[in-house]
Design a protein around this ligand. Sequence first.
Ligand code: ATP
Ligand code: MG
Length: 547
Amino acid sequence: MEASNFIENIIIGDLESGKHKDIVTRFPPEPNGYLHIGHAKSLCINFGIKEKFKGKCNLRFDDTNPVKEDVEYVEAIKEDIKWLGFEWDEERYASDYFEQLYQYAVLLIKKGLAYVCDLSAEQIRETRGTLAEPGVESPYRNRSVEENLKLFEQMRQGKFADGEKVLRAKIDMASGNINMRDPVMYRILRAHHHRTGNDWVIYPMYDFAHPLSDAIEGITHSICTLEFEDHRPLYDWFVKNCEFKNPPQQIEFARLNIKNTIMSKRYLKRLVDEGIVEGWDDPRMPTLSGMRNRGYPPQAIKNFCAMVGVAKANSEVDDKLLDHCVRDYLNVNAPRAMIIERPLKIIIENWEEGRTEEITLQNKPGDDSGGTHTVRFGKEVYIDQRDFSLNPPPKYHRLVKGGMIRLKGAYILKYSSVDLAEDGSVKAVRCNYIEKSKSGEENSKIKVKATVQWLNCEDAVKCKLYKYSSLLVDESEGKSDFDERINPNSLEIVENALVEPFLLEEKIGNCYQFIREAYYKYARNEGGIPVFYRITELKDSYKIPTP
Ligand code: ATP
Ligand code: MG
């Protein structure tokens, strides 16, 4: 088997050496917010390993901090993972292990490797030392095993106030690694937990709960982001001293950072709480639910993660790459349709009053498997105002005085005259159509400057367009403060655009390429008026980096 990154290399080595027969990974979110695009990278790595090595991947909620966690987040996280197309083997919760974790803490106390400490959080911080200086040992460090066992049990029983005591690992206050200077394992906290309710008044710290949860589940490779590299000695210390055979191996990779994109849940929560966006799933949010709402195809997100790759060094990915992957996918998969944003009426003088013709359009040009739909052609049609000019600038290749254009899938029109309003603006353009000029007919070879989208005036359906752009202004504009960087124009709503009528019959959620405009998702129907969200523009501005 071929490794596609350094993590897979380690796994292949472990399979070959016989260290592991079956590979088990996990995705361990804390249910304190919605998943964002950074989590997609971790999901792709962990579930990718499961798929490639026919192993298992658990979904484990690391729910050890009841104050910030909620079932709303648990449900949202599950939905997002399913949407990406991943299936977890077991759904676990660190809180499932609270009793076991307690027993492991008791084991460490019995081994003389943990003690109850009465120092306050502030005193613990002050005595931790610095990179240059060792820490100071706690005066409670040498309590007897019996006393520690009794005090720890009393902590559990609620005999002490919040923050009055903690349980600490007894490791080395002079360690070069600050994480090893007697870290806190348990704290007293009276808070309602979304799963265990009020059963517990002590909660394990992440650094203790996480490695042991991995070990209890038989995780073979515990994959996490680089900031946990310094925690690895502690991870190993806990699993070793709790006497796990064949313990999991922690492997760190570089987290995904994207230019002009904020992924920290703390900030995302602020955007939601302050009403800057409509919710965690606002189409502008870098969350998976936001992207789903916006119309990003899940496969495009997976392709993006594959293109970014898995590295050991932090870097920042161009924000246009994700856009590029979305466009790439939709270009192949999205059916085409016609929309007119700024209608301009064309009157076809040589078309008989009342005559209509049904025109069949391929949903995907050049691909019969995409199916077809029909539009009616009649005496009056709309084109976009931008596709006609009385005073054309240089290199203008659309309809001009005396010129010709082709209507997509229909006839060639030749300019005849223009109806002007009193203020000189164009009310309508009069044209003549050229007979037998549809594709494949004898006059279809006539050279025209452009093919444009159009709608039959009688049939055009009014619609609303939501045009999204980046939530943050580009960092190159020199603004570094989060509040200053919020783009006040990240949503533009176009009220009176027009679309082809067949879209009314389509499924909500479908994505389209509105030709010559952009990719849009059919988001909802507001009392007969379809609303479309702009997924991304047609033009790709992603520049492939030169190596
Ligand atoms: P944030 O810092 O954005 O709040 P987090 O790391 O606290 O995120 P968790 O719920 O703890 O979020 O993350 C679950 C998993 O996703 C962890 O294994 C974490 O390392 C991984 N993860 C989170 N953010 C990223 C990212 N930007 N790139 C890659 N993996 C990430
Ligand atoms: Mg976290």
